[in-house]
Unconditional design. Structure first.
Length: 90
């Protein structure tokens, strides 16, 4: 799958092919329909002192999204495949 990745410890972000995540028993897999770039992502792009001290490289970035659940783990009871969800990971 394509993802926005901080793959090098320098200014920039790159769209790369990464392995599709596998879910665990307590997880859901979300097909992302829309996403956004936020202030944190700009710090990561600029590779400022905060990012250099905080962000491990490589890292798939992105924590603001809306999407649809396409797979659920065996322990998940509050969501169903097809549910529309949003997330903001701060």
């Amino acid at each position: 799958m394509k993802a926005l990745v901080k793959s090098r410890a320098e200014r920039g972000l790159w769209i790369e092919d990464v392995e599709e995540p596998q879910i665990g028993i307590n997880d859901v897999k979300i097909h992302v329909l829309l996403t956004a770039i936020c202030g944190t992502d700009l710090h990561i792009y600029e590779w400022d002192s905060w990012a250099q001290q905080t962000i491990p490289v490589p890292l798939v970035i992105g924590h603001e999204f809306v999407g649809e659940i396409v797979e659920i783990g065996s322990n998940v009871t509050d969501f169903q495949i097809g549910d529309r969800v949003s997330g903001e990971g701060m």
